[in-house]
Ligand binder design. Structure first.
Ligand code: S3P
Length: 176
């Protein structure tokens, strides 16, 4: 059993599976798992959708940055972040300093299929999801590529199997 004494932070676009895969990584490595969006909801006392409605995206980003800063200090944990977190330069540099960052990368079809299953994401409501996600890929993929480890996500691999794949890559990255 490898003991990982650093935070592990998952970044990547909406729908790629950061939460589901993150939970599996945490189980495999015997580390606590935290979902940053859920923590933001707990500290705000309302849902992400309500935060966007009440305070706008900017207000959400400020809360997101504060919550992630606190969580990284409390670690080591496995942390799933919302898709925009790593795009914020301050949050990114905190993650780069205090964690091993993992970009879960996927193509547009997989993201569309997975985000299409639910309707709770403010950035995808009342829009053409393909257009929004393609534009986010253009803007964000060059930034996500600064992560320490990049994992390609494809259909038909279970979260458990993905968890093992990520664990193997982390171990290789750490040079164990
Ligand atoms: C966002 C992604 C969401 C959530 C918010 C904004 C984004 O999280 O943080 O709706 O900017 O990509 P998921 O990536 O977990 O869907």
């Amino acid at each position: 059993m490898h003991k990982i004494d650093k935070n592990i932070v998952l970044v990547g676009l909406m729908g790629v599976g950061k939460t589901r895969i993150g939970r599996e990584i945490a189980k495999i490595l015997h580390m606590p798992f935290i979902d940053a969006d859920r923590e933001i909801e707990i500290s705000a006392g309302c849902s992400i959708e309500e935060i966007f409605e009440l305070y706008g995206e900017q207000g959400f980003r400020e809360g997101e940055s504060r919550v992630i800063e606190r969580l990284l200090k409390e670690g080591p944990i496995v942390l799933a972040t919302g898709g925009g977190a790593f795009i914020n330069p301050e949050t990114r540099s905190r993650i780069k300093n205090d964690a091993i960052s993992i970009w879960l990368k996927a193509d547009i079809e997989l993201l569309l299929e997975r985000t299409g299953r639910t309707n709770h994401r403010p950035l995808l409501q009342n829009t053409d999801p393909r257009k929004v996600l393609t534009s986010l890929m253009d803007k964000r993929y060059p930034i996500y590529s600064e992560a320490d480890v990049i994992i390609n996500c494809v259909e038909n691999i279970s979260p458990r199997a993905m968890g093992h794949k990520v664990k193997d890559e982390i171990i290789e990255y750490m040079g164990y």
